[in-house]
Design a protein around this ligand. Sequence first.
Ligand code: DX5
Ligand code: ZN
Length: 222
Amino acid sequence: MPREVTIAPSILSADFGHLAQDVAAVAEAGADWIHFDVMDGRFVPNITVGPDVLAAVKAATSIPMDVHLMIREPERHIEAFARAGADVITVHAEATTHLHRTLTAISDLGCRAGVSLNPATALEAVTHVLDEMDLLLIMTVNPGFGGQRFIEPMLSKVSDAADLLASVDREIHLEVDGGVTVSNIAAVCQAGATAVVSGSGIFKTASYAETIREMRSLVSRP
Ligand code: DX5
Ligand code: ZN
């Protein structure tokens, strides 16, 4: 069966003055997940939102919340995000000392567990925790802001990641995040992504539905 690609618009480029409405609109327009970017101003230079805003956004739609924690010591906050309605909680391998323990804790909270790798971080960082993972998030920009340029050399890292995940007997989503638009989504999925995040590539376009439809037509497998 051809596997449809999961499209996850990221809130970073949404209208923060009407966040719940904008999230409801993009869900209505055909998004599969909402990618919820959390930033602490320490792990990345920007500060965004926390669990209370997640709870408000969760109430605005029934599609899954794909929470991306770009924060130091994420283990201190996973329970709050789980309680607020996270479906997937992704932590950065670079931000937690005990990654195996953190992933186990996320699963014990009933959420799917993800690991994100910054562009400079090798795939080997996840070799020993594949059995604890439900999702691998490959950053194709340096995290912190929306609207950045896709770092082209990351495409080979995506295909290496696809090979790595194909070698384990476990369903692990390969999600790509940063600079993904209609202009490169086909190449990203060709490289093996099963889920794509797009912030400005969706929220900064005239019609969310049109953009998502175009993205799906570009990636639908024969
Ligand atoms: C960046 C975030 C991304 C970002 C994607 O640190 O993790 O999710 O919002 O935004 P675009 O698609 O505009 O690069
Ligand atoms: Zn993100």
